[in-house]
Design a protein around this ligand. Structure first.
Ligand SMILES: [Fe+2]
Ligand SMILES: [Fe+2]
Length: 235
C-alpha cells in the first residue's frame, strides 16, 4: 500500500530502472512485492464476487463464476508453490501455513463443484456464496496474520513477488514465466510442479462424476461451512 503510493516528491527516473522494467510493465504490471501482488489478487476476486451477487443474468453468472474459479485456482497454486514454502523457511510458527493449506483444499473442492455445474443448477448460487464467505475468511487470516508476520522477516519479498508474477503469467497462459523463477536463494519450490502451465490439484474435473467423488471427503467441512453462514446443505 505504502509502496504503491505515487510519491511526487521522489519522481526520480533513473535510466537503468526504466530501461529494464518499463518494457515488462507493458505486458505484465509488476507489483511492489509478493504481498502486494497477493493482496491485489484478493481484491480482484472480492470485486468479482460482488459483481456476481448483483447480477441476475445466468450468462453473466456463468462467466463470473468461471473467472472467479480460475483466479482463485491460479492464486492458490502460486501461493502453494512459491509463497507458502518461502514463508515456511522464515517463520517459526508453521500452524498458520498448515491451516491455510487445508483451507485451500476446502476451496478447491468447492471450486470443482462450481466448475462442474452451471447457474441453472440447484445450489449453484449457494455454492458461489459459500465460496465467497470461505475466501473472505481465508483472506482475512492471510492479510491480518500471515502477511504481517512474513513482512517482519528478512524474506526477499520483491524477489518472491517476481517469482509469483512469472508463475501467474505462465498459469494464466501468458508470458514465458522465465523471469524471476531462476533467481536463486528463494524457495526454489516453483520447480516442483509441471512446467506445462496446467493447473494441478485443483480438481478441474468437468465431468459430472469427477468433482463429486473428489469432494466427498471434505463434504463435512463444506456442509459445516454452509451451516455456519446460514445456508443449509442439500438434504
Ligand atoms: Fe491469498
Ligand atoms: Fe491462500
Amino acid at each position: 500500500m505504502a509502496a504503491r503510493k505515487k510519491t511526487t516528491a521522489s519522481k526520480k527516473k533513473t535510466s537503468s530502472r526504466s530501461s529494464s522494467s518499463k518494457k515488462k510493465s507493458s505486458s505484465a504490471r509488476q507489483p511492489a512485492d509478493a504481498i502486494a501482488l497477493l493482496k491485489a489478487d484478493h481484491q480482484k476476486v472480492q470485486g468479482l464476487f460482488e459483481q456476481y451477487e448483483k447480477t441476475r443474468s445466468d450468462d453473466r453468472k456463468s462467466a463470473l463464476a468461471q473467472q472467479i474459479c480460475q483466479e482463485l485456482t491460479v492464486h492458490a497454486q502460486i501461493e502453494e508453490e512459491i509463497f507458502y514454502p518461502a514463508a515456511r523457511e522464515v517463520l517459526r510458527d508453521e500452524d498458520l501455513l498448515d491451516e491455510a493449506t487445508v483451507e485451500h483444499q476446502g476451496a478447491k473442492d468447492l471450486i470443482a463443484q462450481i466448475e462442474g455445474s452451471s447457474p441453472g443448477a440447484k445450489l449453484f448460487d449457494a455454492k458461489v456464496t459459500v465460496l465467497s464467505e470461505y475466501i473472505k475468511h481465508h483472506v482475512k487470516e492471510e492479510q491480518n496474520e500471515l502477511f504481517p508476520k512474513v513482512r517482519k522477516t528478512k524474506l526477499d519479498l520483491k524477489m518472491v513477488g517476481e517469482q509469483l508474477q512469472a508463475r501467474k503469467m505462465e498459469l494464466m497462459g501468458g508470458g514465458d514465466g522465465s523471469s524471476g523463477r531462476g533467481a536463486s536463494g528463494g524457495s526454489g519450490q516453483a520447480s516442483r510442479t509441471s512446467s506445462s502451465g496446467k493447473l494441478s490439484g485443483s480438481g478441474r474435473a468437468k465431468s459430472d462424476g469427477g468433482s463429486n467423488e473428489k469432494s466427498g471427503e471434505s463434504e463435512g467441512i463444506m456442509a459445516a461451512m454452509a451451516r455456519g453462514i446460514g445456508l443449509s446443505p442439500s438434504k
